[in-house]
Design a protein around this ligand. Structure first.
Ligand SMILES: Nc1ncnc2c1ncn2[C@@H]1O[C@H](COP(=O)(O)OP(=O)(O)O)[C@@H](O)[C@H]1O
Ligand SMILES: [Mg+2]
Length: 378
């Protein structure tokens, strides 16, 4: 450990040499981001990648105090997770469980549906990837999840293997025609307890069609409020959804606005890369505006660092800066850049089923666990 920006403070759920095939040509980290003081004067110097030998010695220099149990011990106590395990130890346990085909520990459900808006007006930062993989991971932890695809590209629908050809009943009908979510949601074939309202290309026209509609920014909220399985345990019972994840398009238009009005928690994926923080100021200003005028309950509860490359100081620098600004809102688990994660959608799968033992899958599982546990503490 050579400096204060050690990647070790982030769990990436494990790493494999075969996953380390995305060298990043790092130049300098942008000095002046648009996020207030964030970034100014704190640039991370031009950095080279660590050699494999460096990476290995870093990893072996400070071994975690690991109470990992053997596979035989785990087999004797399949549900016996310890909450005080380090993330690395837990990832190791999760790996053993995954490889042995033993279900993950089922976590307790929230007493009320938690509605997350996954948004960042930057494209390609991992919104969709995080939505679908967290959703699948949450179901593995015993949660019931509804994904709402609000991006006309329909990438979340693709990854979750849900039909979304033009004309398929979708979020377009939800927003424009006032169709009910009960009629639109489809079960994900690969994950029990996961339902999806798909998006089709029709949604691309919705922003214009909604212009003349009264309370056009409230359409999604109305649909969620009307759902018989969304709400508190008292009001809607045990069949309720525990999590709703809304995958937003890369813009701050009417679609994203509908999500911000409907949700209570915002989940912002931030790519641990150049310009990661650029535009965040605008996003946070939008959140403030929505909170002031349309949805006082909205809070940025969760930041997840995506495509994290532990070999570069650039990634560690971005991570440190994000953490300085957002503090505990940032999940301890960062999602590593992983080929398996990017391959999974082309098989109509999440990485959670495509390669459950891969670092990407284990990281999303750990991130989902953090989200559940944090919610139960607040
Ligand atoms: N952890 C990761 N490792 C490797 N590739 C990733 C990872 N997360 C996302 N990607 C890839 O990056 C691209 C953009 O991700 P996506 O989730 O579609 O972003 P967004 O929804 O914000 O536009 C996709 O090709 C996706 O497969
Ligand atoms: Mg997307």
């Amino acid at each position: 450990m050579t400096d204060g920006t050690s990647p070790e403070e982030f769990s990436t759920g494990g790493s494999r040499d075969s996953e380390r095939d995305h060298p990043q040509n790092t130049s300098s980290y942008p000095q002046g981001s648009s996020l207030g003081g964030l970034g100014a004067g704190q640039g991370v110097s031009r950095e080279t990648q660590l050699t494999e030998a460096d990476a290995v010695s870093r990893e072996t220099a400070a071994p975690p105090p690991s109470p990992v149990r053997t596979a035989a011990q785990l087999a004797d106590t399949p549900a016996g997770f310890d909450d005080d395990l380090t993330p690395l130890a837990r990832a190791a346990q999760a790996t053993v469980l995954v490889r042995a085909g033993i279900p993950q520990e089922q976590l307790s459900r929230p007493s009320e549906t938690r509605i997350f808006v996954v948004a960042n007006q930057k494209g390609g930062v991992g919104k969709t990837t995080s939505t679908v993989n967290l959703a699948a991971a949450l179901t593995q932890l015993g949660q019931r999840v509804l994904v709402i695809d609000l991006d006309p590209q329909g990438n979340a629908s693709t990854a979750l293997n849900i039909e979304h050809r033009q004309g398929t009943p979708s979020t377009y009908e939800l927003l424009v025609d006032g169709a009910s979510i009960v009629d639109l949601a489809r079960p994900c074939p690969d994950a029990a307890g996961l339902w999806v309202v798909p998006a089709t290309i029709d949604l691309a026209g919705a922003e214009i069609e909604l212009v003349s509609v009264v309370a056009r920014e409230q359409r999604l909220k109305k649909a969620l409020d009307a759902h018989p399985r969304i709400g508190t345990a008292q009001a809607v019972g045990e069949e309720r959804f525990d999590y709703v994840l809304i995958d937003c398009p890369p813009s701050l238009g009417l679609l994203t606005l509908n999500a911000l009005v409907a949700g209570a928690e915002m989940l912002i994926p931030i790519q641990a890369e150049y310009y990661a923080l650029e535009g965040l100021g605008q996003l946070l200003a939008t959140v403030d505006m929505v909170r002031a005028h349309l949805n006082p309950d909205l809070a940025v509860s969760t930041i997840v660092l995506t495509m994290y490359d532990a070999r570069t100081r650039l990634a560690a620098g971005v991570a440190q800066e994000v953490r300085e600004h957002f503090g505990d809102q940032v999940l301890k688990t960062a999602i590593p850049r992983s080929v398996r994660v990017s391959e999974a959608p082309s098989y109509g799968q999440t990485v959670m089923t495509y390669d459950p033992g891969s670092p990407g899958a284990l990281s999303y599982l750990e991130a989902a666990r953090e989200i559940v546990v944090r919610g139960s503490l607040s």
